[in-house]
Design a protein around this ligand. Structure first.
Ligand SMILES: *[C@@H]1O[C@H](CO)[C@@H](O)[C@H](O)[C@H]1NC(C)=O
Length: 324
């Protein structure tokens, strides 16, 4: 057993009190094994040496490159209608370095989020087409084919959630993991998002500010965006979301998280993309949702619905460990 793991085990018994959240978040090596359920489930199913546990998720996650922090917003080309997350604005280059585009034959129809150098999380409903899938990383203006910041990687394996279900009255476990054929090199434009482990797993996000990004439709049934769009949303109190969808007989469960903001929403083509939360204590961005569905787009009565990533930490960890 490595020293780090011994330390982590020690920490396991002391992690729930006081200001432990800070301590956990300041060192990602501790976050992972500090989660008791997770620790037990992965040790029981994994063939990996236990010392590897702490290395599966990168610790330089959730950080926007310093290089782009002070860059001005990209100027809008005057004749283009550019909005695609409905009601969003052009994202600055490099502020969503984890965002992935998922598609086939140079046509991209979904979003995703990079969580390790070889794994992307997306929505299960994005899979199911025949043929080879590709992931494009580091993209910004999707029509700029000379952009040196972006890369395409072939998908080697895809695992939709075993209990994914899309029926008339409910969509469940709309989450999937893609394994890339090669590890990608992290750059200013390509780096992973953090997963909400440990203390963050239980943080109530109701009414908190979150961000959705993607190249999806600018309006319901409308044109798709050229430049990556982002919109700030507010996490809908869960009961409110349940009530909204009850009116059209759609069931919302606890493994979903809803977010809205008048006039803003995810829309067609944003599916699988990341809903992220910036946690000020750790100054990092976390993947808290995966774009799943909504009723039309930005209809004020219906918040957007996302797979709630905190419900899937064990599942994600097991898949990442077993897909190499
Ligand atoms: C969220 O906002 C609603 C309405 O303002 C309020 O009733 C509720 O208590 C808030 N919830 C949390 C967790 O802050």
């Amino acid at each position: 057993m490595s020293n780090l793991l011994v330390f982590a085990l020690y920490f396991l018994g002391h992690g729930q009190s006081g200001n432990s959240l800070n301590a956990q978040l300041s060192d990602d090596a501790i976050i992972f094994p500090n989660d008791e359920d997770l620790f037990q489930s992965v040790t029981s199913t994994s063939a990996q040496p236990s010392g590897k546990l702490i290395e599966i998720f990168p610790d330089n996650c959730g950080i926007q490159s310093y290089k782009f922090q002070n860059e001005r917003r990209i100027k809008r080309a005057p004749n283009l209608i550019q909005i695609m997350v409905v009601g969003g604005t052009d994202a600055r280059v490099g502020v969503h370095p984890w965002i992935a585009r998922i598609g086939q034959n140079g046509r991209f129809f979904c979003g995703g989020a990079l969580i390790t150098a070889k794994h992307v999380v997306t929505a299960a409903h994005c899979l199911g087409k025949r043929g080879e899938y590709m992931v494009r990383l580091g993209d910004h203006d999707k029509d700029d084919d000379s952009d040196p910041g972006r890369i395409d990687v072939v998908v080697k394996a895809m695992i939709p959630h075993e209990k994914y279900l899309k029926a008339k009255q409910l969509v469940q476990n709309d989450i999937a993991i893609l394994l890339l054929k090669e590890s990608v090199k992290f750059t200013d434009r390509i780096s992973p998002i953090c997963l909400p482990m440990a203390g963050l797993r239980n943080l109530d996000l109701a009414n908190r500010s979150v961000t959705v990004a993607g190249w999806g439709a600018l309006s319901y049934g409308g044109e798709k965006a050229k430049v990556l769009q982002q919109a700030n949303l507010i996490v809908t109190p869960h009961n409110e979301c349940i009530q909204s969808y009850k009116s059209i007989k759609l069931l919302i469960n606890n493994d979903q998280i809803c977010a809205n903001n008048p006039g803003k929403d995810a829309c067609g083509g944003d599916s699988g993309g990341p809903l992220t939360f910036f946690y000020p204590e750790s100054r990092r961005h976390y993947l808290v949702g995966i774009v799943s569905f909504g009723y039309k787009c930005a209809d004020e009565r219906f918040p957007g619905v996302y797979a709630r990533t905190t419900s899937y930490m064990n599942w994600i960890t097991e898949k990442v460990m077993n897909m190499n």
